[in-house]
Design a protein around this ligand. Structure first.
Ligand code: R5P
Length: 299
């Protein structure tokens, strides 16, 4: 029998209060569906609008590169300090505890190894069923604008965008820079804009010293900064600081964290720069203090 309406409870409908119409915190993402927004919220922290992603997918073409010899021992302890992980499905299944609460950005393209000259010869390397089964937040695909297999890499991305949109999974376009390609703002504007125009929900690209703010301004969806080769800690913190101050929605760093002298201290310093706008010099002090504490407690 249906429950009788309580007499005199009409005021509980609050007809005079308009329904809330919320915007979504990430640029260019307001018209996405609920599922993909929910997944993007597990990659980007809604409080700062930014992310610290830890990239350790290098093994998909490089094997056990320096710092990634033992992901279980050296990378898993860093997970609590990350907003999201960028990794392969092999490492996800074999090493990452399923209790991990951050975003999973899965490496979704691959093919040639470091032994080949042309790294742009990639195919899609995961099925959408597998991405759903692994509950990933986003699929990362390399886009080689100007590379030998430019068209195929762009089609890899657009196919993943179509498949991802069917299930509410975001696609991350990763602008790959070949040896022969100039790494300047003009190129980065071109490559990131192509990724966004063709449907990437967010784009990963390298920082450029001149005009990076024009790259982030011209890209209608969030940009995360790629780390690149290992730098001294203070320089890497400067890079991250400049990128977020010039419009990046965070960083996706690998070697500058896991090849650091003290990765656990470094990732916390990167977090301070990205989420709290801590200046690089202060973040470096934080790094040195944390490192000292970690070393003492290990002694
Ligand atoms: C980059 O495009 C690949 O996904 C790399 O394996 C990784 O993300 C690079 O990270 P990093 O340059 O910060 O070591």
């Amino acid at each position: 029998m249906p429950e009788a309406d309580r007499v005199g409870a009409d005021e509980r409908f609050k007809p005079e209060v308009p329904a809330t119409v919320d915007g979504f915190f990430l640029k260019g993402s307001n018209n996405l569906d609920w599922g993909v927004k929910n997944r993007l919220s597990s990659v980007f922290d809604p409080r700062s609008g930014r992310t610290v992603m830890l990239a350790f997918d290098h093994g998909y073409f490089q094997g056990p590169t320096s710092g990634l010899e033992r992901v279980d021992l050296d990378i898993v302890p860093l997970c609590p300090y990350t907003d999201a992980l960028m990794l392969t499905r092999g490492m996800l299944r074999s090493c990452i505890p399923p209790t991990y609460r951050g975003g999973i950005v899965i490496r979704a393209s691959g093919g040639p190894s470091i032994l080949r000259e042309d790294l742009s010869d990639e195919e899609i390397a995961i099925s959408i069923d597998e991405a759903v089964r692994l509950n990933v937040s986003a699929m990362a695909v390399q886009v080689f604008v100007g590379g030998e297999h430019e068209t195929r890499s762009i089609h890899n991305m657009t196919r993943l965008v179509d498949l991802g949109n069917r299930y509410g999974i975001a696609t991350l376009g990763v602008t790959a820079v070949g040896k022969e390609l100039v790494r300047d703002a003009r190129y980065m504007r071109l490559a990131t804009r192509i990724c966004a125009e063709l449907g990437a929900a967010f784009v990963k690209t390298y920082y450029v010293a001149e005009g990076f703010e024009t790259v982030t301004a011209a890209c209608p969806v969030p940009i995360v900064m790629a780390g690149g080769k290992k730098l001294p800690e203070l320089d890497a913190l400067r890079l991250a600081y400049n990128a977020v101050q010039e419009g990046a929605a965070g960083v996706d760093m690998g070697r500058n964290i896991f090849q650091s002298e003290c990765p656990r201290a470094m990732i916390q310093a990167v977090r301070a720069v990205v989420h709290d706008d801590t200046r690089p010099e202060a973040a470096h002090e934080l790094y040195l203090g944390l490192k000292e504490g970690i070393e003492k407690s290990a002694a």
